[in-house]
Design a protein. Sequence first.
Length: 257
Amino acid sequence: MKPCPDTFPFPLVALNETDSTNRYLSQRCNDLQEAVAEFTTVTAEFQTAGKGQRGNSWEAEEGKNLLFSFVLYPTFLEARRQFILSQIVSLAIKEELSRWSDEFTIKWPNDIYWRNKKICGILIENDLSGHCISRSISGIGININQETFHSDAPNPVSLQQITGKEHDRYEILARILKRVQIYYKGLQLEDFDVYSAEISARYGRSLFRRRDFHPYEDANGRFLARLLRVEQDGRFVLEDESGKEREYLFKEVQYIL
């Protein structure tokens, strides 16, 4: 059941179906410009062309999950620091889901995992103006109440499968957005360097496989490595068994699950 927008704490457009909430919200921003406030959120009961990282599709049974996008205008944020947006969004979701289990982690750069299974995918699209970000739209899919999965996705899981009960999707959505808002306001109001360092530290503590050696694969093949850190620009830094540091940008290395 879709909630009345009057009861939702942020501007809400609740759709039965769309091709992509990111595309819908982007077009709405282009058409209405200043009239689309920050944290305006578009939800869909079903997406016909929802997309994820690397162009992957996202399986979601109609009416069972959270499929949504929201917009920010972080004009105070330099483009070189745009990874901080990925950090606050993924942290907000991970921390909200952690109300039900302490086994949620963030798989770099911003997938949310429970144990070795994926519950959430995030795609953030930023528009730049000069050296700063003029607009940021985060598109998110979270498996909430889906009981079975039928696609060839290797490792999906839903909150209902984890907890054994059905959840109020819009209550979870509102709580996630409030968490994002707290982080976002902190970036604007607090000492930026100090606050962003705390976010990065919190993100680091939340990472999937942040301890011990695990298998990875890059353009040269498979190898074992341990996670050292994630840089402010999002670079993923591993140390292999020989002690060599390896730095990767997104899509340059894959986890072997």
